[in-house]
Ligand binder design. Structure first.
Ligand code: C5P
Length: 235
């Protein structure tokens, strides 16, 4: 079985990110570079992580007009990332343009196309926040609607919260890859993640990839923490 753990490198400097990458590369399936690290360290950090042979998930959640998103996606493909995110709220034309740009630029470069992941409703938004911005206040319904839109646009993956994974698995094609943050090993109390799942629970419900940040990166021994999670999964 491939290693489903993606470590979220939520750190402010390239130095810290590289230190973690070197320690963890052998025990995880990839690394997530998000807005904080990318804004601080730029595309060079992605090149450096790729240079160590590791898989990169570029989590910049693109949301703009289709042409701009397509060009940003093409730039990410040139960086040779394996996964990246776009906001499904950008609409079907934007999603199609993103997927097309990923396929087309990968073909031109002879790369495998990256897995384009749609972000539906951020877990920080509740029913009230959805009403405030004029969306359906039924969070689950809105998530399902956006997941279907992503699917129609040809996206092959979604980021979804632990509370959505079981339900989404029933309405999306079996081939859609689900990437789940909010994962907490049994021993760690769930800091600011309100709804969490253990790695085993998430995989049993149909997750393909688990995004794990603090339980690994903030541990005294990050490598041991990752190995412990791997053992928990394999049991
Ligand atoms: O440290 P922790 O394991 O909570 O990190 C989870 C990662 O997943 C963070 O990078 C966070 O931004 C991201 N994420 C999340 N919840 C979402 C989407 C992304 O926690 N709904």
């Amino acid at each position: 079985m491939r290693n489903p753990i993606i470590v979220a490198l939520d750190v402010p400097t390239a130095h810290e990110a590289l230190r973690l990458t070197e320690v963890l590369a052998a025990v995880c399936g990839g690394f997530k570079v998000g807005s904080e690290l990318f804004t601080a360290a730029g595309p060079e950090i992605v090149r450096q992580i790729r240079g160590l042979g590791a898989t990169v998930f570029l989590d910049l959640k693109f949301h703009d007009i289709p042409n701009t998103v397509a060009r940003a996606v093409a730039a990410a493909v040139r960086l040779d990332v394996q996964m990246l995110t776009v906001h499904t709220g950008g609409g079907v034309e934007m999603l199609k343009a993103a997927e097309h740009a990923a396929q087309e630029s990968a073909r031109q470069l002879g790369h495998t196309p990256p897995l384009m992941l749609g972000v539906t409703i951020l877990t920080s938004l509740d029913s009230n926040s959805l009403s405030q911005i004029g969306l359906d206040p039924d969070v689950n319904r809105q998530v399902r609607r956006l997941a279907n839109l992503a699917n129609q646009a040809g996206l092959r993956g979604l980021v979804c919260s632990p509370r959505e994974v079981a339900e989404l698995r029933q309405v999306i094609p079996a081939s859609t890859q689900l990437v789940i943050p909010g994962i907490r090993p049994q021993a760690v109390a769930g800091d600011d993640q309100k709804r969490t799942l253990t790695p085993r629970e998430a995989l049993a419900l149909g997750a393909n990839w688990l995004v794990i940040g603090r339980p690994i990166c903030a541990a005294k021994d990050p490598r041991a923490a990752a190995e412990k999670i791997l053992n928990e999964i394999a049991e």
